[in-house]
Design a protein around this ligand. Structure first.
Ligand code: SF4
Length: 451
Protein backbone atom coordinates (compact mmCIF):
# COMPACT_ATOMS: atom_id res chain seq x y z
CA UNK A 1 0.00 0.00 0.00
CA UNK A 2 1.56 3.37 -1.00
CA UNK A 3 1.35 6.46 1.16
CA UNK A 4 -1.56 7.89 -0.86
CA UNK A 5 -3.56 4.68 -0.21
CA UNK A 6 -2.72 4.90 3.48
CA UNK A 7 -4.00 8.46 3.62
CA UNK A 8 -7.16 7.45 1.71
CA UNK A 9 -7.74 4.64 4.24
CA UNK A 10 -7.29 7.09 7.09
CA UNK A 11 -9.79 9.34 5.41
CA UNK A 12 -12.15 6.51 4.58
CA UNK A 13 -13.34 8.42 1.50
CA UNK A 14 -13.41 7.20 -2.11
CA UNK A 15 -11.12 8.79 -4.69
CA UNK A 16 -12.76 11.81 -6.22
CA UNK A 17 -11.27 13.36 -9.32
CA UNK A 18 -10.13 16.94 -9.05
CA UNK A 19 -12.20 19.15 -11.38
CA UNK A 20 -10.16 21.33 -13.74
CA UNK A 21 -11.69 24.45 -12.26
CA UNK A 22 -12.64 24.71 -8.63
CA UNK A 23 -16.29 23.91 -7.99
CA UNK A 24 -18.22 26.80 -6.45
CA UNK A 25 -21.52 26.42 -4.59
CA UNK A 26 -23.54 28.27 -7.24
CA UNK A 27 -22.76 27.87 -10.88
CA UNK A 28 -23.13 30.28 -13.73
CA UNK A 29 -24.15 28.87 -17.09
CA UNK A 30 -20.62 29.45 -18.37
CA UNK A 31 -19.11 27.50 -15.47
CA UNK A 32 -21.49 24.61 -16.12
CA UNK A 33 -20.50 24.57 -19.78
CA UNK A 34 -16.77 24.64 -18.93
CA UNK A 35 -17.19 21.76 -16.44
CA UNK A 36 -19.24 19.78 -18.95
CA UNK A 37 -16.62 20.16 -21.69
CA UNK A 38 -13.84 19.24 -19.24
CA UNK A 39 -15.77 16.02 -18.53
CA UNK A 40 -16.11 16.90 -14.83
CA UNK A 41 -19.64 15.45 -14.86
CA UNK A 42 -18.44 12.26 -16.56
CA UNK A 43 -19.45 10.94 -19.95
CA UNK A 44 -22.04 8.26 -19.09
CA UNK A 45 -25.55 9.27 -18.16
CA UNK A 46 -29.14 8.07 -18.16
CA UNK A 47 -31.75 10.12 -20.02
CA UNK A 48 -35.02 11.23 -18.44
CA UNK A 49 -36.61 8.34 -20.45
CA UNK A 50 -34.27 5.81 -18.82
CA UNK A 51 -31.93 5.25 -21.78
CA UNK A 52 -28.23 4.90 -21.11
CA UNK A 53 -26.21 7.47 -23.00
CA UNK A 54 -22.48 7.85 -23.59
CA UNK A 55 -20.87 11.00 -24.91
CA UNK A 56 -18.51 9.55 -27.51
CA UNK A 57 -17.24 12.96 -28.59
CA UNK A 58 -17.87 16.22 -26.77
CA UNK A 59 -17.59 18.12 -30.09
CA UNK A 60 -16.46 21.74 -30.14
CA UNK A 61 -17.72 25.04 -28.79
CA UNK A 62 -20.09 26.31 -31.46
CA UNK A 63 -19.03 29.50 -33.25
CA UNK A 64 -22.28 29.92 -35.13
CA UNK A 65 -25.89 30.58 -34.18
CA UNK A 66 -27.48 27.59 -32.47
CA UNK A 67 -26.61 25.07 -29.78
CA UNK A 68 -23.65 25.33 -27.39
CA UNK A 69 -21.60 22.42 -28.75
CA UNK A 70 -21.42 21.30 -32.38
CA UNK A 71 -20.06 18.14 -34.01
CA UNK A 72 -20.58 15.94 -30.97
CA UNK A 73 -21.29 12.20 -31.08
CA UNK A 74 -23.62 10.47 -28.65
CA UNK A 75 -24.43 6.76 -28.31
CA UNK A 76 -27.80 5.75 -26.86
CA UNK A 77 -28.37 2.35 -25.23
CA UNK A 78 -25.02 1.06 -26.49
CA UNK A 79 -25.94 1.70 -30.13
CA UNK A 80 -24.02 3.38 -32.93
CA UNK A 81 -23.00 6.99 -32.15
CA UNK A 82 -25.36 9.64 -33.44
CA UNK A 83 -23.68 12.82 -34.66
CA UNK A 84 -25.15 16.21 -33.87
CA UNK A 85 -25.13 19.10 -31.41
CA UNK A 86 -25.54 19.28 -27.66
CA UNK A 87 -27.38 22.09 -25.89
CA UNK A 88 -26.83 22.83 -22.21
CA UNK A 89 -29.34 24.82 -20.17
CA UNK A 90 -29.51 25.54 -16.44
CA UNK A 91 -33.19 24.52 -16.53
CA UNK A 92 -35.14 22.32 -18.93
CA UNK A 93 -37.71 25.06 -19.51
CA UNK A 94 -34.98 27.38 -20.84
CA UNK A 95 -35.39 25.49 -24.12
CA UNK A 96 -38.83 27.07 -24.54
CA UNK A 97 -38.01 30.34 -22.79
CA UNK A 98 -35.19 30.96 -25.27
CA UNK A 99 -37.28 29.89 -28.25
CA UNK A 100 -35.05 26.94 -29.23
CA UNK A 101 -38.09 24.76 -29.96
CA UNK A 102 -39.13 27.07 -32.82
CA UNK A 103 -35.61 27.82 -34.06
CA UNK A 104 -34.34 25.62 -36.94
CA UNK A 105 -30.73 26.30 -35.84
CA UNK A 106 -31.48 23.89 -32.97
CA UNK A 107 -32.77 21.08 -35.18
CA UNK A 108 -29.31 19.45 -35.08
CA UNK A 109 -29.52 18.91 -31.30
CA UNK A 110 -29.23 15.25 -30.33
CA UNK A 111 -29.00 15.77 -26.56
CA UNK A 112 -30.40 18.38 -24.19
CA UNK A 113 -28.44 18.58 -20.93
CA UNK A 114 -30.03 20.42 -18.02
CA UNK A 115 -28.71 21.16 -14.55
CA UNK A 116 -31.54 20.81 -12.10
CA UNK A 117 -32.80 18.10 -9.89
CA UNK A 118 -36.50 18.90 -10.45
CA UNK A 119 -38.51 15.91 -11.68
CA UNK A 120 -41.09 18.15 -13.41
CA UNK A 121 -41.56 16.79 -16.88
CA UNK A 122 -40.61 18.88 -19.87
CA UNK A 123 -40.29 17.31 -23.30
CA UNK A 124 -37.61 18.84 -25.46
CA UNK A 125 -38.73 19.12 -29.11
CA UNK A 126 -37.15 20.68 -32.18
CA UNK A 127 -38.95 22.92 -34.69
CA UNK A 128 -39.57 19.69 -36.68
CA UNK A 129 -41.29 18.18 -33.59
CA UNK A 130 -38.51 15.66 -33.09
CA UNK A 131 -38.15 14.52 -29.49
CA UNK A 132 -34.68 15.28 -28.07
CA UNK A 133 -33.45 13.01 -25.25
CA UNK A 134 -32.77 14.91 -22.07
CA UNK A 135 -30.13 14.34 -19.41
CA UNK A 136 -30.52 15.94 -15.98
CA UNK A 137 -27.39 16.59 -13.95
CA UNK A 138 -27.15 17.71 -10.36
CA UNK A 139 -24.18 20.14 -10.46
CA UNK A 140 -23.44 19.77 -6.76
CA UNK A 141 -21.85 16.38 -7.53
CA UNK A 142 -18.78 18.40 -8.45
CA UNK A 143 -18.09 19.57 -4.96
CA UNK A 144 -17.16 17.58 -1.91
CA UNK A 145 -19.48 17.84 1.09
CA UNK A 146 -19.95 21.53 1.79
CA UNK A 147 -17.56 23.10 4.26
CA UNK A 148 -19.21 23.37 7.65
CA UNK A 149 -17.12 26.22 8.86
CA UNK A 150 -14.37 28.61 7.91
CA UNK A 151 -11.49 27.28 10.02
CA UNK A 152 -10.05 29.81 12.42
CA UNK A 153 -6.37 30.73 12.25
CA UNK A 154 -5.39 29.23 15.61
CA UNK A 155 -3.66 26.06 16.87
CA UNK A 156 -5.96 23.04 16.78
CA UNK A 157 -6.35 19.85 18.82
CA UNK A 158 -3.92 17.90 16.66
CA UNK A 159 -0.92 20.05 17.67
CA UNK A 160 -0.16 17.76 20.66
CA UNK A 161 -0.48 14.36 18.89
CA UNK A 162 1.59 15.66 15.97
CA UNK A 163 4.24 17.00 18.37
CA UNK A 164 4.47 13.53 19.92
CA UNK A 165 5.29 11.91 16.57
CA UNK A 166 8.83 11.73 15.16
CA UNK A 167 9.32 14.31 12.39
CA UNK A 168 9.90 11.53 9.89
CA UNK A 169 6.43 10.16 10.55
CA UNK A 170 4.78 13.58 10.32
CA UNK A 171 6.40 14.07 6.92
CA UNK A 172 5.19 10.63 5.87
CA UNK A 173 1.58 11.42 6.80
CA UNK A 174 1.68 14.73 4.95
CA UNK A 175 3.35 13.13 1.95
CA UNK A 176 0.55 10.55 1.95
CA UNK A 177 -1.99 13.38 1.85
CA UNK A 178 0.01 15.06 -0.94
CA UNK A 179 0.16 11.83 -2.95
CA UNK A 180 -3.59 11.40 -2.51
CA UNK A 181 -4.06 14.93 -3.88
CA UNK A 182 -1.68 14.29 -6.78
CA UNK A 183 -3.54 11.11 -7.64
CA UNK A 184 -6.83 13.01 -7.92
CA UNK A 185 -5.22 15.49 -10.28
CA UNK A 186 -3.73 12.59 -12.27
CA UNK A 187 -7.17 10.96 -12.58
CA UNK A 188 -8.68 14.22 -13.85
CA UNK A 189 -5.87 14.70 -16.39
CA UNK A 190 -6.23 11.12 -17.62
CA UNK A 191 -9.92 11.67 -18.15
CA UNK A 192 -9.28 14.93 -19.98
CA UNK A 193 -6.76 13.14 -22.24
CA UNK A 194 -9.30 10.42 -22.95
CA UNK A 195 -11.91 13.01 -23.97
CA UNK A 196 -9.79 15.48 -25.91
CA UNK A 197 -6.42 13.81 -26.60
CA UNK A 198 -3.18 14.20 -24.66
CA UNK A 199 -2.02 17.44 -26.34
CA UNK A 200 -5.32 19.27 -25.78
CA UNK A 201 -5.48 18.01 -22.19
CA UNK A 202 -1.96 19.29 -21.50
CA UNK A 203 -2.81 22.61 -23.14
CA UNK A 204 -6.04 23.06 -21.17
CA UNK A 205 -4.39 22.15 -17.88
CA UNK A 206 -1.42 24.50 -18.42
CA UNK A 207 -3.77 27.30 -19.44
CA UNK A 208 -5.76 26.78 -16.22
CA UNK A 209 -2.59 27.15 -14.12
CA UNK A 210 -1.77 30.40 -15.92
CA UNK A 211 -5.15 31.70 -14.80
CA UNK A 212 -4.11 31.56 -11.14
CA UNK A 213 -7.07 31.20 -8.83
CA UNK A 214 -9.07 34.21 -9.91
CA UNK A 215 -8.83 33.76 -13.69
CA UNK A 216 -8.95 29.99 -14.01
CA UNK A 217 -12.36 30.09 -15.66
CA UNK A 218 -11.51 32.52 -18.50
CA UNK A 219 -8.21 30.72 -19.18
CA UNK A 220 -9.98 27.35 -19.21
CA UNK A 221 -12.66 28.70 -21.54
CA UNK A 222 -10.05 30.11 -23.91
CA UNK A 223 -8.23 26.78 -24.13
CA UNK A 224 -11.51 24.93 -24.66
CA UNK A 225 -12.87 27.36 -27.24
CA UNK A 226 -9.60 27.80 -29.15
CA UNK A 227 -8.12 24.30 -29.19
CA UNK A 228 -4.37 23.90 -29.50
CA UNK A 229 -4.77 22.18 -32.87
CA UNK A 230 -6.56 25.25 -34.22
CA UNK A 231 -4.19 27.78 -32.64
CA UNK A 232 -1.06 26.06 -33.92
CA UNK A 233 -2.15 26.74 -37.51
CA UNK A 234 -2.84 30.41 -37.02
CA UNK A 235 -1.63 33.59 -35.29
CA UNK A 236 -2.30 32.30 -31.78
CA UNK A 237 -1.24 35.55 -30.15
CA UNK A 238 -3.81 37.65 -32.01
CA UNK A 239 -6.66 35.17 -31.63
CA UNK A 240 -6.06 34.58 -27.92
CA UNK A 241 -6.05 38.33 -27.25
CA UNK A 242 -9.08 38.87 -29.48
CA UNK A 243 -11.21 36.06 -28.03
CA UNK A 244 -10.18 37.05 -24.50
CA UNK A 245 -11.94 40.39 -25.12
CA UNK A 246 -8.68 42.34 -24.73
CA UNK A 247 -8.81 43.84 -28.23
CA UNK A 248 -11.83 46.12 -28.31
CA UNK A 249 -11.96 48.84 -30.99
CA UNK A 250 -9.43 51.38 -29.75
CA UNK A 251 -7.64 54.48 -30.84
CA UNK A 252 -4.06 53.33 -31.30
CA UNK A 253 -2.93 56.95 -31.41
CA UNK A 254 -3.13 57.15 -27.62
CA UNK A 255 -0.31 54.58 -27.14
CA UNK A 256 3.47 54.93 -27.34
CA UNK A 257 5.29 53.57 -30.39
CA UNK A 258 6.17 50.04 -29.10
CA UNK A 259 2.59 49.47 -27.88
CA UNK A 260 1.09 50.87 -31.07
CA UNK A 261 3.28 48.58 -33.19
CA UNK A 262 2.44 45.57 -31.02
CA UNK A 263 -1.33 46.19 -30.99
CA UNK A 264 -1.45 46.97 -34.70
CA UNK A 265 0.11 43.57 -35.39
CA UNK A 266 -2.57 41.84 -33.32
CA UNK A 267 -5.37 43.90 -34.83
CA UNK A 268 -4.43 43.10 -38.41
CA UNK A 269 -5.18 39.42 -37.78
CA UNK A 270 -8.03 39.88 -35.31
CA UNK A 271 -9.92 42.32 -37.53
CA UNK A 272 -10.21 39.72 -40.27
CA UNK A 273 -11.32 36.93 -37.91
CA UNK A 274 -13.40 38.68 -35.29
CA UNK A 275 -16.83 38.22 -36.94
CA UNK A 276 -16.17 34.48 -37.26
CA UNK A 277 -15.08 34.21 -33.60
CA UNK A 278 -17.51 36.73 -32.12
CA UNK A 279 -19.65 34.13 -30.37
CA UNK A 280 -16.61 32.67 -28.59
CA UNK A 281 -15.32 36.03 -27.37
CA UNK A 282 -15.30 36.42 -23.58
CA UNK A 283 -16.94 39.29 -21.74
CA UNK A 284 -14.38 41.54 -20.13
CA UNK A 285 -16.32 41.20 -16.84
CA UNK A 286 -15.22 37.59 -16.65
CA UNK A 287 -11.67 38.70 -15.90
CA UNK A 288 -10.47 39.58 -12.46
CA UNK A 289 -7.74 42.20 -12.12
CA UNK A 290 -8.01 42.94 -8.42
CA UNK A 291 -5.34 42.13 -5.87
CA UNK A 292 -2.79 40.75 -8.34
CA UNK A 293 0.86 41.64 -8.63
CA UNK A 294 1.36 43.75 -11.78
CA UNK A 295 3.67 41.11 -13.29
CA UNK A 296 0.84 38.56 -12.98
CA UNK A 297 -1.64 40.56 -15.07
CA UNK A 298 -3.74 38.18 -17.23
CA UNK A 299 -2.52 39.87 -20.42
CA UNK A 300 1.08 38.84 -19.61
CA UNK A 301 -0.12 35.29 -18.87
CA UNK A 302 -1.98 35.21 -22.15
CA UNK A 303 1.18 36.25 -23.97
CA UNK A 304 2.98 33.39 -22.18
CA UNK A 305 0.32 30.94 -23.37
CA UNK A 306 0.72 32.19 -26.95
CA UNK A 307 4.50 31.76 -26.74
CA UNK A 308 4.03 28.23 -25.38
CA UNK A 309 1.95 27.31 -28.43
CA UNK A 310 4.85 28.37 -30.67
CA UNK A 311 7.10 25.92 -28.81
CA UNK A 312 4.64 23.12 -28.34
CA UNK A 313 6.83 20.17 -29.42
CA UNK A 314 9.29 21.12 -26.65
CA UNK A 315 6.51 21.30 -24.06
CA UNK A 316 5.16 17.94 -25.15
CA UNK A 317 8.67 16.43 -24.82
CA UNK A 318 9.12 18.04 -21.39
CA UNK A 319 5.83 16.54 -20.21
CA UNK A 320 7.15 13.09 -21.10
CA UNK A 321 10.56 13.62 -19.49
CA UNK A 322 9.32 14.96 -16.14
CA UNK A 323 12.60 16.62 -15.28
CA UNK A 324 11.68 19.55 -12.98
CA UNK A 325 14.96 21.35 -13.67
CA UNK A 326 14.50 21.15 -17.46
CA UNK A 327 10.91 22.38 -17.08
CA UNK A 328 12.03 25.29 -14.91
CA UNK A 329 14.77 26.19 -17.41
CA UNK A 330 12.38 26.08 -20.34
CA UNK A 331 9.75 28.33 -18.76
CA UNK A 332 12.41 30.60 -17.28
CA UNK A 333 13.71 31.16 -20.81
CA UNK A 334 10.31 31.93 -22.32
CA UNK A 335 10.12 35.56 -23.34
CA UNK A 336 8.39 38.02 -25.59
CA UNK A 337 9.93 41.22 -26.88
CA UNK A 338 7.00 43.41 -25.84
CA UNK A 339 5.83 41.63 -22.69
CA UNK A 340 9.29 41.31 -21.20
CA UNK A 341 9.01 45.04 -20.47
CA UNK A 342 5.26 45.64 -20.02
CA UNK A 343 2.77 44.89 -17.24
CA UNK A 344 -0.26 45.64 -19.44
CA UNK A 345 -0.78 47.38 -22.77
CA UNK A 346 -1.69 50.58 -20.96
CA UNK A 347 1.24 50.62 -18.51
CA UNK A 348 4.53 52.45 -18.89
CA UNK A 349 7.48 50.22 -19.82
CA UNK A 350 9.19 48.57 -16.85
CA UNK A 351 12.77 49.57 -16.01
CA UNK A 352 14.03 45.98 -16.23
CA UNK A 353 12.86 42.88 -18.12
CA UNK A 354 10.50 40.59 -16.17
CA UNK A 355 10.05 36.84 -16.46
CA UNK A 356 7.07 35.94 -18.60
CA UNK A 357 6.36 32.91 -16.40
CA UNK A 358 7.70 33.30 -12.87
CA UNK A 359 9.21 30.60 -10.70
CA UNK A 360 6.09 30.18 -8.55
CA UNK A 361 3.95 29.57 -11.64
CA UNK A 362 6.34 26.88 -12.83
CA UNK A 363 6.05 25.20 -9.42
CA UNK A 364 2.26 25.29 -9.85
CA UNK A 365 2.61 23.73 -13.31
CA UNK A 366 4.81 20.99 -11.89
CA UNK A 367 2.44 20.35 -8.99
CA UNK A 368 -0.79 20.52 -10.98
CA UNK A 369 0.19 19.21 -14.40
CA UNK A 370 3.64 17.70 -15.05
CA UNK A 371 4.00 15.57 -11.90
CA UNK A 372 0.36 14.33 -11.96
CA UNK A 373 0.88 13.34 -15.61
CA UNK A 374 3.95 11.32 -14.61
CA UNK A 375 1.91 9.77 -11.79
CA UNK A 376 -0.87 8.85 -14.24
CA UNK A 377 1.56 6.93 -16.47
CA UNK A 378 3.22 5.32 -13.43
CA UNK A 379 6.51 7.04 -14.15
CA UNK A 380 8.52 6.93 -10.88
CA UNK A 381 9.89 10.38 -11.66
CA UNK A 382 6.72 11.82 -10.10
CA UNK A 383 8.56 11.28 -6.81
CA UNK A 384 10.77 14.28 -7.58
CA UNK A 385 7.78 15.98 -5.91
CA UNK A 386 9.50 15.15 -2.60
CA UNK A 387 12.39 17.48 -3.38
CA UNK A 388 10.42 20.27 -5.03
CA UNK A 389 10.77 23.51 -3.06
CA UNK A 390 7.67 25.68 -2.65
CA UNK A 391 8.19 29.10 -4.12
CA UNK A 392 5.16 30.73 -2.50
CA UNK A 393 2.68 29.95 0.20
CA UNK A 394 -0.86 31.23 0.56
CA UNK A 395 -3.17 32.16 3.38
CA UNK A 396 -4.91 28.79 3.37
CA UNK A 397 -1.75 26.75 3.69
CA UNK A 398 -0.40 29.06 6.41
CA UNK A 399 -3.59 28.63 8.44
CA UNK A 400 -3.31 24.87 7.98
CA UNK A 401 0.29 24.93 9.31
CA UNK A 402 -0.78 27.00 12.31
CA UNK A 403 -3.70 24.71 13.10
CA UNK A 404 -1.60 21.55 12.89
CA UNK A 405 1.71 22.73 14.34
CA UNK A 406 0.90 25.80 16.43
CA UNK A 407 4.01 27.96 16.72
CA UNK A 408 6.44 25.06 16.20
CA UNK A 409 9.37 25.60 13.85
CA UNK A 410 8.42 22.41 12.03
CA UNK A 411 5.28 24.08 10.63
CA UNK A 412 7.38 26.85 9.07
CA UNK A 413 9.97 24.36 7.78
CA UNK A 414 7.30 22.25 6.10
CA UNK A 415 5.91 25.29 4.29
CA UNK A 416 9.14 25.39 2.25
CA UNK A 417 8.29 22.12 0.50
CA UNK A 418 5.72 21.99 -2.34
CA UNK A 419 4.67 18.44 -1.38
CA UNK A 420 4.27 19.31 2.31
CA UNK A 421 2.17 22.35 1.35
CA UNK A 422 -0.06 20.14 -0.78
CA UNK A 423 -0.37 17.63 2.07
CA UNK A 424 -1.28 20.39 4.52
CA UNK A 425 -3.93 21.70 2.15
CA UNK A 426 -5.41 18.24 1.78
CA UNK A 427 -5.68 17.71 5.56
CA UNK A 428 -7.13 21.21 5.91
CA UNK A 429 -9.82 20.49 3.29
CA UNK A 430 -10.58 16.94 4.47
CA UNK A 431 -10.67 17.64 8.19
CA UNK A 432 -10.49 21.30 9.24
CA UNK A 433 -13.05 22.46 6.67
CA UNK A 434 -15.45 19.66 7.61
CA UNK A 435 -15.22 20.27 11.34
CA UNK A 436 -17.90 22.29 13.11
CA UNK A 437 -16.97 21.27 16.64
CA UNK A 438 -13.89 23.46 17.18
CA UNK A 439 -11.72 20.32 16.78
CA UNK A 440 -13.54 18.38 19.48
CA UNK A 441 -15.08 15.73 17.24
CA UNK A 442 -12.47 15.84 14.47
CA UNK A 443 -11.22 12.35 13.61
CA UNK A 444 -7.75 13.39 12.47
CA UNK A 445 -5.96 13.14 15.87
CA UNK A 446 -7.32 9.61 16.46
CA UNK A 447 -6.77 8.56 12.86
CA UNK A 448 -3.14 9.65 13.16
CA UNK A 449 -2.56 6.92 15.71
CA UNK A 450 -3.51 4.35 13.03
CA UNK A 451 -0.79 5.51 10.59
S1 SF4 B 1 -10.06 20.30 12.75
FE1 SF4 B 1 -8.97 18.39 13.06
S2 SF4 B 1 -7.24 18.48 11.65
FE2 SF4 B 1 -8.03 20.55 11.86
S3 SF4 B 1 -6.83 21.46 13.48
FE3 SF4 B 1 -8.66 20.60 14.45
S4 SF4 B 1 -8.06 18.55 15.09
FE4 SF4 B 1 -6.54 19.26 13.64
Amino acid sequence: MNSGDRYAALLALPLREEPLIEAPRHFTELELQAHWFAGDFGRDFVTADGLSVRIVQFGRWNREAGPDFAEAAVAFAGGEPVRGSIELDPQALDWERHGHGANPHYDSVVLHVVFESSRDEFFTRTSEHRHVPQVRIDPTILGAAPALAQPEAKPGRCVAPLAALPEEKVREVLFGAAEFRLRRKAAALSRLSELHGSDEALFQALAATLGYKSNKLPFTLLAQRLPLKFLRKTDAHALLFGVSGFLPAMDLGEFDTPTRTYLRGLWETWWARRAELQRLTLDRELWSFAGQRPANHPQRRLAALAEMIGQWPKIRALSKRTDPRAIQEFFGGLHHEYWDLHYTVSSKPAARPMALVGESRVTEMLTNVFLPLAYARKDPRWESFRELPASLSNRRVEIAALRLFGGRDLGRTLLRSAAMQQGLLQVYEDFCMRDASDCERCAFPTQLAKW
